[in-house]
Design a protein around this ligand. Structure first.
Ligand SMILES: [Zn+2]
Length: 246
């Protein structure tokens, strides 16, 4: 195992199928706090275990929508950083396949130019109708913060398209992610503590298929000992952007 950005570049140059998973650490440099970061934390103001559940939404949909709209405004007030940009740049390389899976709900990968991002935990920018299954971009609903958003098709109160505690992941998003990691010859896991399942199990699919694993994270995680290359430098994305441009 090496801690070396050059080694990552070499692996990226020889890979055919690349699968990437990102977590909260990737958005931290944009000023979006992770929930482990103390009093200003992403989840610091409320107990997410209590608020982010279907039961809580059934009881007080306005409060639950309020939290999501707050997070949405926060993410819209921030911009993508070098990590988002380098992943958008990698996608433009002529790989046989390149799949970006994220646990983040802030939409910053798409704003950096990544397309087809698999959002395992949903997005604060979307709402969905539980009655008819429609998905909506909040932008398209002309959402004001006063009233609960309703489904234009059937009139049902919409819920945020975010995976709450106790929810199942979207089966199609999960199976697409599993397929991408299973067929990848190179997996990159970036800015995630690799402790939330099933997201944390995706890289093991790559390893089981004989692929290699790069972990980019300042701290040790349960995945670290399986990584072929580890990068702990916080400035990794700038370094990688430089090597891609040269
Ligand atoms: Zn509906």
């Amino acid at each position: 195992m090496t801690d070396d950005l050059d080694a990552v570049v070499e692996l990226l140059d020889s890979a055919n199928h690349v699968a990437v998973m990102t977590g909260a650490g990737v958005s931290k440099a944009s000023g979006i706090p992770t929930f482990r970061d103390g009093p200003d934390a992403w989840w610091g103001q409320v107990n997410p275990l209590k608020l982010l559940t279907q039961a809580s939404f059934d009881r007080d949909p306005g409060a639950v929508w309020g939290w999501h709209l707050h997070k949405r405004r926060l993410s819209l007030s921030k911009g993508p950083n070098a990590a988002h940009e380098v992943l958008a740049a990698l996608e433009r390389r002529p790989y046989a396949s390149f799949t970006l899976v994220t646990q983040n709900i802030d939409g910053l990968h798409a704003r950096a130019g990544s397309s087809g991002v698999l959002e395992l935990h949903g997005s604060v920018h979307r709402a969905r109708c539980e009655r008819c299954g429609h998905l909506y971009e909040l932008d398209d609903l002309g959402q004001d913060d006063e009233a609960l958003p309703r489904c234009p098709a059937c009139g049902e109160v919409l819920r945020p398209d975010v995976v709450w505690f106790g929810d199942d992941l979207d089966a199609r998003v999960l199976s697409s992610s599993q397929r991408a990691f299973a067929e990848a010859d190179l997996a990159l896991v970036i800015g995630t503590s690799a402790q939330v399942y099933p997201a944390a199990s995706l890289p093991t699919l790559t390893l089981r298929g004989g692929g290699q694993l790069v972990e980019i994270n300042p701290e040790d995680t349960p995945l670290s000992r399986f990584a072929d290359v580890r990068v702990t430098d916080a400035a990794w994305a700038d370094g990688l952007l430089d090597s891609l441009e040269n």
